[in-house]
Design a protein. Structure first.
Length: 194
């Protein structure tokens, strides 16, 4: 059991390193690559050695705190200012910021994640067209996602129903309720760092 826990912790550290240094995008891919690097013994008993995303997230937070320094602080500030701009643009859809920019854990390959709320996802597409904002759309009438880009930074907008705005989903990375902030709270976070 102790050996399994040790290997599990090493896999979590390796997955976090892959996310931090090698710019692997997703926790799932990082975890899969980390397991492969530990060879057939870890792969054959995956369940015993497979860290949760929350464990990988804790390791990534430590790397960001230790090595991020001024570059991380500057990137977080710049991306939060850009996120605020889009929270204000999307104000008709009661937007909320989630993810790495909200948590202050911005890697160079991160994106800005917004949640938008309306009864019909096509309203967002129509709004973007009227505003003259270029976008890509994926999904269907039930679940839509719009991708925008500014200065090489992706702004990923997921559309939910108005009822879902009052619900607080679970975050697989932190293993807690998902933290979401509106424009007012983001302004406060930005002001705290100035």
């Amino acid at each position: 059991m102790v050996r399994n826990e040790r290997i599990k912790a090493e896999i979590a550290r390796e997955a976090a390193r892959l996310l931090f240094e090698e710019e692997v995008r997703s926790y799932r891919d990082a975890r899969r690559q980390a397991v492969r690097r530990f060879g057939p013994s870890a792969s054959s008993t995956r369940g015993a050695h497979l860290p949760e995303y929350a464990e990988i997230h804790i390791e990534l937070q430590q790397l960001l705190r230790f090595y991020g320094g001024e570059a991380l602080a500057r990137r977080v500030m710049e991306w939060r200012v850009l996120a605020l701009k889009y929270l204000e643009i999307f104000e008709p859809f009661q937007p909320l910021l989630v993810g790495s920019v909200q948590r202050g854990e911005v890697r160079e390959i991160s994106d800005i994640n917004l949640q938008l709320f309306c009864d019909k996802p096509e309203e967002v597409g129509y709004f973007l067209e009227v505003q003259g904002i270029a976008f890509e759309e994926e999904g269907d009438a039930e679940s839509a996602r719009f991708s925008l880009e500014e200065d090489g930074i992706e702004i990923a907008c997921s559309v939910y129903t108005l009822v879902q705005r009052r619900q607080r989903p679970h975050c697989g990375l932190t293993d807690k309720p998902l933290e979401r902030v509106d424009a007012r709270r983001l302004q406060e976070l930005i002001a705290e760092k100035n």
